[in-house]
Design a protein around this ligand. Structure first.
Ligand SMILES: O=C(O)c1cccc(C(=O)CC[C@H]2O[C@@H](n3cnc4c(=O)[nH]cnc43)[C@H](O)[C@@H]2O)c1
Ligand SMILES: [Zn+2]
Length: 355
């Protein structure tokens, strides 16, 4: 982890970090390409010397220093440009599964942007086969269950929405692991309501609605995501803290927020961790889940995000276990999978506290 993150969790006992490292977890907001490890990014960059992405893993931390959200998206797309073949897709996905397993993540919903790959010339059938092949390998070799959220890259326009919903709902293409439908990219200048017809089709096909909203714009975007896109969870939702009525609504309807604290600092959506509204969410009774978003790009991982949350919310082991169980509750796992993972979290915590 980078120095600013060490500082973010300084003062916490080594024991709390060890507890988090072993805690069984679910992750609900983590992007596919945004999870490429420095090793994979540099390997892909070396294969494609026309790219400006550094080939030296050490140089990547500097490369991934963002001036604002738009700069983040620009650099994110430079990594998307490196993923050019179905084998690149398979390797990337398999390695993401390995990294999640290392952190004791038992279940993850990974946000995948198929439009970005198909428009770059990857065959749609080969793309689906690559992610599914990696999903099955990750489950059988590492024990981590992966599920997909296909997201519209909103700034790419309605053409990308049409393509994404087609890929998500065509029975000949739709991958077995697909559970939800999302909307990512910049929010400024990309109003959410225009995507309603595409979300309607995805929902009619049995997918859950999980758009990003309120990451870089105000609470009105979160309302739009709820009212127009029928959001069941909100990606980030940071600006909800500015609207007490919205907080009440989220709490009453138990609509979870997928909070990604370090991401919000790295993209400068929030100025400092101490100004992050996580505590306001919990005080208002909102169901919060903790996530890493694009971990290597933000110099973080899910374990570090739990450590950051423990500091901001002043949590002990039991509080952290409750946070992990929030993600289980908010997930799209079936009831028996939820019960199993919640029980595993309880067993781990009880035996940790007894030792
Ligand atoms: O792929 C393209 O050609 C393309 C063209 C125009 C615009 C876009 C995008 O806007 C892609 C955005 C991309 O960013 C992903 N992402 C990762 N982390 C975040 C986040 O914290 N907030 C919003 N979006 C994020 C998202 O999944 C999109 O795929 C692409
Ligand atoms: Zn995101």
């Amino acid at each position: 982890m980078t120095d600013h993150l060490d500082a973010a969790t300084a003062g916490q006992g080594r024991d709390l970090h060890a507890f988090i490292a072993g805690l069984p977890k679910a992750e609900l907001h983590v992007h596919h390409v945004g999870s490429a490890s420095p090793r994979i990014v540099s390997e892909l960059a070396a294969r494609h010397p026309d790219s400006k992405v550094p080939t030296d893993p050490e140089a990547l931390a500097d490369y991934f220093t963002f001036t604002d959200f738009a700069h983040f998206i620009e650099l994110y797309l430079s990594v998307v440009d490196l993923v050019r073949t179905p084998e690149d897709v398979r390797l990337l996905t398999y390695e993401v599964g390995r990294e999640l397993a290392r952190q004791q993540v038992r279940y993850a919903e990974l946000t995948v942007t198929p439009f970005s790959s198909t428009r770059r010339g990857i065959d749609e059938r080969a793309f689906m086969d690559a992610i599914e092949d990696a999903r099955k390998a990750a489950e059988s070799e590492f024990g981590t269950v992966l599920r997909w959220c296909f997201d519209i890259p909103g700034e790419a326009g309605l053409e990308s929405a049409e393509e994404t919903v087609r890929l998500a709902t065509d029975d000949r293409l739709r991958p077995e692991g697909l559970v939800s439908f999302g909307l990512g990219g910049p929010e400024i200048g990309v109003p959410r309501p225009q995507f309603k017809p595409y979300f309607d089709r995805a929902i009619a096909a049995g997918l859950h609605s999980v758009p990003h909203a309120g990451e870089t714009t105000g609470p009105e975007t979160v309302w739009d995501a709820l009212d127009e896109l029928r959001a069941e969870r909100i990606g980030h939702g940071t600006s909800s803290a500015r609207d007490p009525e919205l907080l009440r609504h989220l709490a009453e309807r138990r609509i979870p927020l997928e909070v990604c604290p370090t991401s919000n600092i790295a993209t400068r959506a929030v100025a400092t961790l101490d100004e992050h509204p996580l505590k306001e969410f919990t005080r208002a009774g909102v169901l919060v889940t903790i996530n890493s978003d694009d971990p290597p790009m933000f110099g973080t991982d899910l374990n570090n995000e739990y450590a950051v949350a423990a500091r901001l919310l002043e949590l002990d082991e039991r509080g952290l276990a409750d946070l992990a169980k929030n993600a289980v509750e908010a997930s799209f796992m079936d009831p028996s999978g939820k019960a199993r993972l919640a029980a595993e979290i309880d067993t781990y915590t009880t035996s940790w506290l007894a030792s």
